[in-house]
Design a binder for this molecule. Structure first.
Ligand SMILES: [Zn+2]
Length: 114
């Protein structure tokens, strides 16, 4: 890969770091633009049914009955979870309820204030 030219001094004695280019001639540093979505925040905000922000380790409570897929178990409204963790996908919450490991949509729960 040929070196880029520095936008300031136009010399091509440049090196590329994780997120920036650096010019060895004049010391100029500039952002790499070849990293897709480099500045998309990694942390996604997950909110419960009432708009409270959920964080890993929070405890939540069901706000409606939810039949579990592939079983006859029903999580009753009011069932409390063990401390949750957050994950990618449309079921943002991973936790245990009644001893069952489940993935939940955040819109079915409310955060319990500690
Ligand atoms: Zn330069």
């Amino acid at each position: 890969m040929p070196n880029l030219s520095c936008p300031l001094c136009t010399m091509d004695d440049t090196i590329t770091h994780d997120s920036i280019h650096e010019c060895m001639t004049c010391g100029h540093e500039w952002q790499r633009d070849d990293i897709p979505d480099a500045d998309t925040p990694e942390e996604r905000i997950v909110k419960d049914a009432y708009g409270n922000t959920l964080e890993k380790g929070d405890t939540v409570q069901m706000i409606k009955d939810l039949k579990l897929k592939g079983s006859s178990d029903i999580l009753k409204s009011g069932t409390k979870s063990k401390p949750i963790s957050l994950q990618e996908g449309d079921h943002e919450i991973s936790c245990r309820m009644n001893g069952i490991a489940i993935n939940l949509k955040a819109c079915f729960v409310k955060k319990i204030n500690k």
